[in-house]
Design a protein around this ligand. Structure first.
Ligand SMILES: Nc1ncnc2c1ncn2[C@@H]1O[C@H](COP(=O)(O)OP(=O)(O)OP(=O)(O)O)[C@@H](O)[C@H]1O
Length: 240
């Protein structure tokens, strides 16, 4: 049986008197791609932030690889990679220099060939490797950040709105990359507004509305999750 890499158990997060996550529970298995969908302000990013210790649970718990965010956040951070909507890398450094710099901060030593292998794995075109990041498209920055995550041996990837601002071919490449990483055992948790894109890539989709999970959709065999079913649940909640 596949082990659970992420567990939200009766997770609640409040800001002042506002309960942004209300008793949220789900598990994400090793190698699974899980997408949390919902309208603006539903609490998606807050759920993601709870797993990386950027917000604290007011009740319940979020666990990564069996470790609680309330007790083991340092260890958790060494096991996960977080890609915000705008990937944070240095524009004046090349892709390779960025990777070397961030690996050195994490005190990880990788050879040039290991770095090149990771960049090939994410399909960043070799001509770009030694070009300044300020020349990169959003999709190229994202690939660089994912290569960095691979080099850090992070078994869990957290992605916030990964396809917003990508053109259709970059979205296809992204979906392909996530599918490959997942097949190799990487666990992916993403938050998104994009019903169609999430249905293409996710094994399971949780629908969040006003801080509560109101729907869960799952792939059947090799068939993608039914976009219509998710869309109509989304619309019925007044979000589409
Ligand atoms: N640090 C904070 N302090 C106070 N309120 C916050 C904080 N972070 C988020 N919120 C509030 O929590 C609610 C949920 O925010 P969150 O960013 O999790 O939603 P979301 O589903 O990711 O929305 P979007 O799709 O618009 O990014 C919103 O009402 C937001 O204003």
């Amino acid at each position: 049986m596949q082990k659970d890499m992420l567990v939200a158990s009766s997770l609640c997060v409040s800001f002042a008197q506002h309960k942004v996550l209300d008793n949220v529970s789900f598990e994400v298995a090793e190698g699974e791609v899980f997408a949390l969908l919902g309208g603006n302000g539903a609490g998606k990013s807050t759920a993601l932030k709870a797993f990386i210790g950027a917000v604290a649970p007011s009740d319940g718990d979020a666990q990564v690889m069996g470790m609680s965010v309330t007790k083991d956040i340092k260890k958790i951070r060494s096991k996960v990679a977080y890609l915000p909507e705008s990937v944070m890398l240095y524009g004046h450094l090349t892709g390779v220099e960025n990777i070397k710099y961030f690996l050195s901060l994490a005190e990880i030593s990788k050879s040039q060939s290991e770095i090149e292998e990771a960049l090939s794995r994410v399909a960043l075109q070799p001509e770009a490797w030694n070009s300044q990041l300020s020349n990169y498209s959003k999709g190229m920055r994202q690939k660089t950040a994912i290569a960095l995550a691979l080099l850090r041996d992070a078994p869990v990837l957290f992605l916030d709105e990964p396809t917003s601002g990508l053109d259709p071919s970059a979205i296809d490449e992204f979906n392909q990359l996530i599918t490959t990483l997942s097949a190799d055992g990487t666990t992916v948790f993403m938050v998104s507004h994009d019903v169609y894109g999430a249905c293409q890539v996710a094994h399971r989709i949780g629908l969040l509305d006003s801080g509560k999970i109101v729907g869960m959709f799952e792939r059947e065999g090799d068939a993608h999750i039914d976009t219509e079913a998710v869309h109509s649940a989304f619309s019925n909640r007044g979000q589409a």
